[in-house]
Design a protein around this ligand. Structure first.
Ligand code: BF8
Ligand code: SF4
Length: 631
């Protein structure tokens, strides 16, 4: 068989998009492709991070002729402050999602809208946090754990509880460098304070706080988001699903869930299976109800229920352009405001549900824990009753989809490893079989490929090409967020794709019965990757920065991604970016992020806009780490 022959190519996906844009033209739809043209060229000051508008004496823009703002701040202070604010935006966003999940956990009750699906995990976390579990009703325990979690956001003293999950050496580094995150809200709030007019303009202080704010996200808010979502909705285990626009069904009511918080999508999925709703759909002339997802909420329900993934970030308009989307139901984050006007060009209902993400041209059905069931049912009904308004002449569902096996939580990975016979190891629930593989060189190392799409990069191209190259070279690829969906759409999560990988990965995939690319979840689930790295390091007896693993976000775009980058690097994992942060205006800030912080945390960023060069850079770093370990 020819190399990677059975994958769906980026060219095929682009052809599908082109035909959908033709569909859009018929009804006068706008598109991001057009808006990119309207916005090009971008503002050079914004791009280099050298515009300051944090007080009304400005905006001040730094040029050779005007090297300081009116207050006297130099370019390094301005770029550093902008970078910290960007990070704080991301940390706030992920962590507020985590907070919402804590509230959902607090709302659980026997027979209620939300229940505890993984009591074992709840008890495990309670014990980890020193909460008494003996003889306690599981819901009393859930409430106590949720409340303790909520206190992590504003506690006056101490540091984040989950930091203790890291290897001792890592915890000591965080302490030594003064970057242990305290209360999550405090880190975000302090970042805003530090960047107020007349506070910090010292790049070193600003970057240190960026790392700390990031850590409050990764080892705080995001980690609680992930852990408590598992308690509420079940810890993911391997499940088969499908990906790409072909998962939309011509003869069914198509409901697309989009956003991030599974509290909404779980309910939609549940009521879409309600016999009353299915009967209603049939009465309306449809064969049934099909739920599919976009962006991270899609990852959440794919990981737990095998709900198909219609696409990732830059495909969100495409689902509406198929003309076969009865409703696109959103919660928070990464939702294009464009969906409002676009939906109006079709019969699609654009349903917003969160006070945090309210948009023009949408139907706003506010979602709360107490009324979640009835609201979800109302939304499903709205979609079903909209089926008859479809215009058959506008229906164009590109017939492309791939099989995917997803659901690789840390717990699931350990379970897979338990299934592998290894003469050196007889314990269960350990990373040792994987460590043995790495030591033996069967697997050279791993890359955590994460993040978004960004029109600056040919959509999905970087993700897919990098993954292929790494797999050919026996580098294990773990993924989350929109990178995961790129892999799934291409077919890299189909076990059958292992045949194209290097000999080592091929053997491991066969032995462990896994696909070559492991889907670990949504972007908050990058906290799973932190736990994975911590567990590997602890079982190996080394620090995280010594493991031959790197992070990569080749197509990133959001503030959340920068917050992630900060905590991944601060955790000791070198991170490679294919899109430049808004920092190039300051040699000092760039010097720190791409070099200096290595002295603090043992890792740093590498920015390489030439995607073709990224795999070699990453493999080189992995080999350096192997050499340092003497393997
Ligand atoms: O949190 S990868 S485009 S969907 S920001 Fe958004 Fe980026 Fe996708 Fe999820 Ni993450
Ligand atoms: Fe200009 Fe200083 Fe105000 Fe920024 S803080 S806008 S550099 S005067």
């Amino acid at each position: 068989m020819k190399d990677w022959e059975r994958l769906t190519t980026v060219e095929e996906m682009e052809a599908a998009t082109a035909s959908l844009l033709e569909n859009g033209k018929k009804v006068g739809a706008d598109s991001w492709q057009q808006r990119v043209k309207n916005q090009t060229p971008h503002c050079g000051f914004g791009e280099s991070g050298t515009c300051c508008r944090i007080c009304s004496m400005g905006p001040c823009r730094i040029t050779p002729k005007a090297p300081r703002g009116i207050c006297g701040c130099d370019v390094h202070g301005i770029v550093g402050r902008n970078y910290l604010r960007f990070t704080a935006g991301g940390a706030a966003t992920h962590s507020d999602h985590g907070r919402a999940i804590c509230h959902t956990l607090y709302s659980t009750k026997e027979g209620g809208n939300y229940q505890v699906k993984d009591p074992e995990k709840l008890i495990r976390i309670a014990k980890e946090w020193g909460i008494e579990t003996e003889g306690k009703d599981i819901y009393d325990l859930a409430h106590e754990v949720a409340e303790t979690g909520l206190m992590e956001y504003g506690k006056p003293f101490g540091t984040q509880r989950f930091l203790k999950r890291a290897p001792q050496a890592r915890q000591e580094i965080w302490h030594r460098e003064g970057i242990e995150p305290r209360a999550i809200d405090r880190e975000v709030s302090q970042s805003m304070h530090m960047t107020h007019m007349g506070c910090s303009s010292l790049p070193e202080a600003l970057i240190r706080q960026s790392l700390r704010a990031g850590l409050s996200d990764g080892w705080g808010g995001s980690m609680m988001g992930t852990e408590f979502s598992d308690v509420l909705f079940g810890t993911p285990k391997p499940v088969d699903t499908e990906a790409n626009l072909g998962v939309m069904e011509k003869d069914m009511v198509n409901i697309i869930v989009h956003g991030h918080d599974p509290s909404l999508s779980e309910m939609i999925v549940f009521y879409a299976q309600d016999p009353e709703m299915i009967a209603l759909a049939k009465a309306e002339g449809a064969k049934g109800i099909n739920v599919a997802g976009v962006c991270c909420t899609s990852n959440e329900v794919a990981m737990r229920h095998g709900i198909p993934m219609a696409g990732n970030f830059l495909q969100q308009e495409n689902v509406v352009l198929t003309g076969a989307c009865e409703a696109i139901v959103v919660d928070v984050q990464c939702i294009f405001p464009a969906l409002g006007p676009l939906s109006k060009c079709f019969h699609t209902k654009f349903v917003t549900t969160s006070p945090i993400a309210q948009m023009p041209d949408s139907e706003y059905i506010e979602f709360h824990e107490e009324t979640a069931g009835e609201k979800a049912k109302a939304i499903v009904k709205l979609a079903v009753e909209n089926f008859k308004n479809r215009k058959p002449e506008l229906v164009n569902i590109p017939q492309m989809k791939q099989k995917a096996t997803v659901g690789y939580s840390v717990e699931a990975i350990k379970k897979c490893l338990d299934g592998v016979t290894n003469s050196h190891v007889d314990e269960l629930n350990t990373m040792k079989p994987l460590i043995e593989c790495i030591k033996a060189g069967v697997i050279r190392g791993a890359v955590a490929m994460v993040g978004c799409n960004n029109p600056r990069i040919r959509p999905d191209y970087a993700h897919i090409e990098l993954m292929k190259k790494l797999l050919e070279n026996d580098i294990l690829v773990i993924v989350s967020g929109c990178a995961a969906q790129a892999a799934a759409k291409a077919g890299l999560m189909d076990k059958a794709s292992a045949q194209y990988c290097g000999e080592g990965i091929r053997r491991v995939c066969k032995l462990v019965d896994i696909p070559p690319v492991l889907h670990m979840g949504s972007c908050v689930d990058i906290s799973r990757m932190m736990v994975l790295a911590a567990d590997i390091a602890k079982d190996w007896g080394i620090d995280i920065c010594q493991i031959p693993v790197v992070g990569c976000a080749p197509e990133w775009m959001s503030e959340k991604a920068v917050s992630i980058g900060n905590y991944v690097v601060a955790s000791g994992i070198d991170t490679f970016l294919g899109v430049e942060p808004y920092t190039k205006g300051s040699s000092e800030v760039v010097g720190l992020l791409q070099g200096g912080i290595r002295d603090w945390v043992g890792a740093n960023f590498t920015v390489e806009l030439d995607i073709e060069k990224l795999p070699d850079l990453m493999m080189q770093r992995i080999e350096e780490k192997r050499a340092a370990l003497g393997i």
